[in-house]
Design a protein around this ligand. Structure first.
Ligand code: ZN
Length: 388
C-alpha cells in the first residue's frame, strides 16, 4: 500500500488544481491496487471519506472508473462497493518491436491487451513507422485510439520520444515523432523497463516489493530495474543496460557496444544457438532457439546457458539487493530444471545477505509478451497524468 500522496490531502484549501491532483491520486491508486472500495481509497490516500465519495462520483460520471460489484456479502457490517478503471474508457495501440517480428494489439484502460496481429519488422525505421501508421489508420476506423505506445529492444529517451540505440535492429537516434505523424500522443520505452512495469501492475508478489529486476532474454539481453517502487531509467535513459556489464575481462569478443566480454555475448539466445553448433531449422534466431529447445542433445548447452545467465544475476543481486528477479523472453518455458540451475548458482555465488529474501521466477505473462502489456500500462499512466 502506498501513501506517497498524503500531503495533497492535507492542504485545506479547495482549489481546482488540488481537485485535479486528488482525482489523479485516486486514479493512480485504483490503477496500482485495483479493485478498491471507497474506504480502501480513503485509507491509502489519506483523503477524507466524503472527499473520496464526491471525487469518485465525478470520476464515474466522467467515464474513468466504474463500480464492479460488492465484497463482504457474507460478513457482518456494510457491504463495500468495489471500483475499477473503466476498461473501454481509453484505448491505445501498442507495438512490441521485435528484432524479427513485431506484434501489435489494443491496450485497454485497465492495462489489459487484446492481440491484433504481427508483421516482419522492416529493417529501416522509416519503413517500420510507415507500417505502424497504416495499422493505426486501419484500427482507428473501428476504435477511438488515444495513444500509440511502442516497446523497443534498445535505449529510449522517453521525453524526446527518441530511440537512442536499438543495436540488434541497427537503429540509432530515431526520432519517432518525425517518422510517425499522427494526431494522438506517441509513447515509447525499452522492452525490459516495460516488462518490469507490466509485472509491477499485474503481479500480486510485487505489491509490497520496492526493489526488483526484470531480465529479458532474446536476441539481446535487457534489464528493467525497479528501485523504490519505481522504474529506474537514469538521467540518460541507459540505466539497466546490464547486458553490457563486463563478465569476462579477457574476452576477445567485441560487443556492438564497443566493449569486450559483455554479459549479453554469453546470455542472449544467439550464444546458445552458436554453441550448439549444428544446423537448426528456422528463419531467424527466435525460431532457431525454439528448435534448439526441442533437441535432446542440447541439454548440456542449455545448462551452461543457465549458468551464464546466472553470472549476470549474481552481479545484479549484489548491486541492487532485489527481492524478486523475473526472467522473460525466450527462456520462460525452459522448465524447473533450467530455473533451478540458475537459482542454485545465484544462491552459491551472491552475497549471503542479498539472497536471503530473494525469489527468482519466470514472468507471469505467457500467452502475451510482458513488454506489450507494459506498453499498455505506460499509456494508462500517461492518460492518468494528463487528466484535467
Ligand atoms: Zn556490450
Amino acid at each position: 500500500m502506498k501513501s506517497s500522496c498524503r500531503e495533497v490531502s492535507n492542504l485545506k484549501y479547495n482549489s481546482p488544481r488540488i481537485k485535479i491532483l486528488n482525482k489523479k491520486t485516486i486514479l493512480k491508486v485504483i490503477h496500482e491496487n485495483h479493485p478498491l472500495s471507497r474506504s480502501d481509497i480513503s485509507e491509502i490516500t489519506g483523503l477524507t471519506p466524503s472527499s473520496v465519495t464526491r471525487l469518485t462520483k465525478e470520476l464515474i460520471d466522467e467515464g474513468y472508473i466504474r463500480e464492479i460489484g460488492t465484497m463482504g456479502k457474507n460478513s457482518p457490517g456494510r457491504r463495500r462497493v468495489l471500483l475499477d478503471l473503466k476498461k473501454e474508457a481509453f484505448l491505445s495501440l501498442v507495438f512490441d518491436i521485435g528484432v524479427n517480428i513485431t506484434t501489435y494489439g489494443i491496450g485497454f484502460f485497465d492495462g489489459e491487451v487484446e492481440l491484433r496481429g504481427t508483421f516482419n519488422t522492416p529493417k529501416n525505421p522509416e519503413e517500420f513507422f510507415k507500417t505502424a501508421r497504416e495499422i493505426y489508420e486501419r484500427i482507428s476506423r473501428e476504435h477511438s485510439i488515444t495513444r500509440i505506445s511502442f516497446s523497443v529492444p534498445g535505449m529510449v529517451d522517453l521525453e524526446e520520444k527518441k530511440i537512442l540505440l536499438a543495436p540488434n535492429l541497427g537503429w540509432e537516434n530515431v526520432n519517432i515523432e518525425d517518422l510517425l505523424e499522427v494526431d494522438v500522443p506517441v509513447l515509447a520505452d525499452n522492452e525490459a523497463n516495460l516488462s518490469m512495469l507490466a509485472e509491477k501492475y499485474h503481479s500480486e508478489d510485487l505489491r509490497n516489493v520496492e526493489e526488483a529486476v526484470f531480465i529479458i532474454i532474446r536476441e539481446g539481453v535487457g534489464t528493467g530495474l525497479m528501485v523504490d517502487g519505481k522504474i529506474f531509467r537514469g538521467p540518460s535513459f541507459t540505466a539497466g543496460e546490464a547486458g553490457h556489464m563486463t563478465v569476462n575481462m579477457y574476452s576477445d569478443r567485441q560487443c556492438h557496444c564497443s566493449n569486450w566480454g559483455c554479459w549479453e555475448l554469453v546470455s542472449s539466445i544467439n550464444w546458445a544457438i552458436e554453441q550448439y553448433g549444428k544446423e537448426l531449422e528456422g528463419r531467424n534466431s527466435i525460431e532457431k532457439f525454439q528448435a534448439l529447445k526441442q533437441k535432446n542433445d542440447a541439454k548440456r548447452v542449455l545448462m551452461r546457458f543457465a549458468e551464464n545467465i546466472a553470472v549476470g544475476i549474481v552481479n545484479l543481486v549484489n548491486i541492487l539487493n532485489p527481492e524478486l528477479v523475473i526472467l522473460g523472453g525466450e527462456v520462460v518455458d525452459l522448465g524447473d530444471s533450467f530455473f533451478s540451475i540458475i537459482e542454485d548458482f545465484v544462491r552459491q555465488r551472491a552475497l549471503k545477505a542479498a539472497v536471503r529474501n530473494l525469489k527468482i521466477r519466470p514472468t507471469a505473462f505467457r500467452n502475451i509478451s510482458s513488454n506489450l502489456v507494459g506498453a499498455a500500462v505506460l499509456a494508462v499512466e500517461d492518460i492518468i497524468e494528463k487528466v484535467r
